[in-house]
Structures are given as C-alpha cells and as structure tokens.
Design a protein around this ligand. Sequence first.
Ligand SMILES: O=C(O)C(=O)C[C@]1(C(=O)O)C=C[C@@H](O)C=C1
Length: 310
Amino acid sequence: MTRYAYLGPEGTFTQQALLSWVADTEHEQVPLGSVDVALDALRAGDVDAAVVPIENSVEGGVSATLDALTSGDPLVVVGEVLVPITFVACARPGTTLTDARAIGTHSHAWAQVRGWAGKQAPQAIYVPTLSTASAAKDLAEHPDDLGYDVAVCAPIAAEHFGLDVLAHDIGDMTNAVTRFVVVARPEWQPAPTGRDKTTVVLYQRSDRAGGLLELLEQFSVRGINMTRLESRPTKDSMGSYCFSIDLEGHVQDERVGAALMSLHRICADVRFLGSYAAASGVEITIDPIATDRAFVAAREWLDWLRRLGD
Ligand SMILES: O=C(O)C(=O)C[C@]1(C(=O)O)C=C[C@@H](O)C=C1
C-alpha cells in the first residue's frame, strides 16, 4: 500500500488533489503541517510519496514547494493533478462579516480573495495560516487562542469542521485552478506516455549577456515547448537566480535527452525533477525534425560517416 503525505489537515485543496490522484486505489493518507514537513517525511522514508501545491492560475508559483524540491536529497515529480479552486468564508455561529475582526487563511488563498475581502469586510485584517483547512479546523476547535474569527477555505472544510458559511464562491477570479504535484524518491520513474512533461532547474555558470537565451535555445532548436519558466533566488548571494522550467516531453525522448545533455555541458548544475504524465492528457505534437526517429537517423548517419575510413 502506498503511503501519501499531503498538506493537511483534512479538507485542504491538496487533499482533494490526492483523492483525485489515487481514485479508488488502496493507499494511506498522512496529513502534515507544511510542504517542507511533507517533503522531509518523504526524504526520511516515512512515506512513499507526497502531494504538494506547485502553481496557481492566479497567484503563480508556490515558492515553498519550488524551493523545497531543489534543496536536500533528490526527489522527483511522478504526476500532476489540476484542481478547480472555490472558496467560502466561514465562521462559528454568531459571527457576521460586518463584525469580523480578522480573516485567517493560507497566503495563496488570501491572494485569491483579497479583492472580495476589501469590499465585504474592509475592517478585517489578514492572519496567515498553514493551510486553508487548518484555518477552519483551528477556528472550530480553539477559537479563543486565535487572532481571527473568519476562515477562508474549501466548502468541504467548512462542512467537515462544522462552521457556518457566511459567503460562497468568494474568489476574485472565476475559473481559478491550482496545479499539484505528486513527488517521490528517484527510484519511482514513470514510463513515457506520449503526453509527458519534464521539470528541471538550471543553474548558470555565470551571469552574462545572452546567458538565459543560450539555455532556452537548447529547447527551441530541438522543437521542445516550455510550459512554465520561473526564476528563483539560489539564496547564495544577492542577484543569484536559478531557472525552474517545465517542458513538454519525457527524459526518455531523444530530443529531451539531447537538450539535457547540452544543458549539462553549459550549466553549472542541472537538477532533474522528473518526467511524468501531463494532467491535460493532450498528446504532444512533435515537429518531424525532432521525433525520436529523426534523432536516431541522424546518429546512424554520423556513425556511418565515422566508419568510412575504417
Ligand atoms: O491550503 C490549502 O488548502 C492548500 O491545499 C494550499 C493551497 C496553495 O498552496 O496554493 C492550495 C490551493 C489554493 O490555491 C490555496 C492554498
């Protein structure tokens, strides 16, 4: 049975992602307090995999996840799940939005509802919590120890912790979606499916004119489409950044392998963070000059040239 850690407690959007990933397969769920704790448990071997948020359509990349994946022992992404995001504001019986003093929720959730909060409860300050469901759970279980009286969370969390819903569907953007990744230790290597993604983090040797262009060219000349590019501080010194990239294709694909080999020559370091089936399920269109067959034919031609003088 596979043991999955996730950003808990019960009722988080991350748990919804986990439930959709495992469907009806036998598994064990281990709710943990933060992305770092979940990934540490995975590195320590206490669980087999972890489900963590990585990207939101409104707020962008989840820095805690991007950074935790690149520091410490290697981990790889083995799958991804997209979850539509709908928030409610909830409270213990008796509280109204007009008398709310403070609103507790996860920072990524707050970024998606602050327009609503500014209009409906302008007097309320924001209090960050470890997750949306932890905001609801703490409000239900020990309201007197908290600095907030309204929680913003998934409808399922409000129901699970027995809170009254004060307002439904409060996100500033309709159609918000969060992308979650299933992370495992490197022994778990998903086979290619023809609709895969690969995640890598690139570290430059030096900061110079055209440096980023040179890295990205390795994908473009091989017909590889990128689906995400973010820069994150390396944390070594001011102004030092690495590039976190998702691209279409699998490490077993010739064009992806060739691009990674070039990047290995060019970069100070390439952190491979896994090849996995894309959640969109859409088959990737590959330019005829970038198919596996085209790469193999080119290699055979080179081998033939080299043998001419034998
Ligand atoms: O707090 C939760 O419920 C989470 O699963 C975390 C998280 C996130 O980190 O983005 C997930 C989805 C929502 O966008 C808000 C919060």
